[in-house]
Design a protein around this ligand. Structure first.
Ligand SMILES: Nc1ncnc2c1ncn2[C@@H]1O[C@H](COP(=O)(O)OP(=O)(O)OP(=O)(O)O)[C@@H](O)[C@H]1O
Ligand SMILES: [Mg+2]
Length: 242
């Protein structure tokens, strides 16, 4: 496996509270990896460090061979779909995409082409001139995803991209993740839906109270705990304290 993301002993301490505790994992180039864990287990904190929003207290992150410390914010190799929508409500759909695109050095013609192809992909072409504020929750999430992909990143982080979405939109987001996989992008995704994780991810890591307590393919993990469903493994790990 050629690692696209290498995380070693990653730790975050805020006001003496250990939010992430010596987490290590690797994700291969072109792999879809699931980061699982209960509410408050530290997944978003890991994502914030992976995307450069939060500085680790200790440990290291290497993405596509570069240490995160050497990369400034706005790393063109990374796309981050945050847990909370981060689009601008007072801009239109198209303006949002153009704004996110303007953060990167993309030639105007190319940016324009990407805006239109992404609008098609997330099924928002007809809403191009609508204010983001006027969109439904599912449309906002799709716009957020498109904004995170505007610079065609090689590594994409999805933090709970399907929460609160209807089954059709959820499936559309799965299709998008599968398309990125087919394009050999590296994806890390968090979700509380085990069906989703088993459908999309080749390997998973499970977090509990800031620690990575299990990692492997869903089948390996289920076999290890002699359980048939990932839900049962999840419940077991949380009950037993990892
Ligand atoms: N800036 C902060 N200051 C102090 N504590 C924080 C901060 N950010 C997060 N936390 C705490 O860190 C822990 C991990 O939070 P985090 O958001 O990473 O969890 P999560 O696994 O993403 O949870 P969820 O599934 O609910 O999204 C929680 O106990 C949270 O309250
Ligand atoms: Mg979270």
């Amino acid at each position: 496996m050629v690692p696209a993301v290498q995380v070693s002993e990653l730790t975050k301490v805020i006001r003496e509270k250990i939010l992430v505790d010596r987490v290590s994992f690797q994700v291969g180039e072109g792999e879809v990896f699931g980061l699982l864990g209960g509410n408050g287990s530290g997944k978003t904190t890991v994502f914030n460090m992976l995307s450069g929003l939060l500085e680790p207290s200790s440990g290291s992150i290497v993405i596509l061979g570069k240490n995160i410390k050497e990369i400034k914010k706005g790393n063109p190799e990374i796309g981050m779909v945050p847990q909370q929508d981060s689009i601008y409500e007072t801009l239109t759909v198209k303006e949002n995409l153009e704004f996110f695109g303007s953060q990167f050095r993309i030639p105007k013609k190319e940016l324009n082409a990407r805006v239109h192809s992404l609008l098609e992909e997330v099924k928002l072409s007809k809403k191009m001139d609508a204010l983001a504020a006027s969109l439904s929750g599912g449309m906002k999430k799709r716009l957020n995803i498109a904004c995170s992909l505007i610079h065609d990143p090689k590594v994409v982080f999805f933090d709970e991209p399907t929460v609160g979405l209807d089954p059709v939109v959820r499936k559309e987001i799965w299709d998008l993740v599968n398309k990125l996989h087919a394009e050999k992008k590296t994806v890390i995704i968090t979700s509380h839906y085990m069906d989703e994780i088993e459908e999309l991810c080749e390997r998973v890591g499970i977090m509990f109270e800031g620690r990575m307590v299990a990692a492997g393919t869903p089948s390996e993990i289920k076999a290890k705990y002699k359980l048939k469903q990932m839900e049962d493994v999840f419940a077991h790990l949380i009950k037993e304290g990892g």
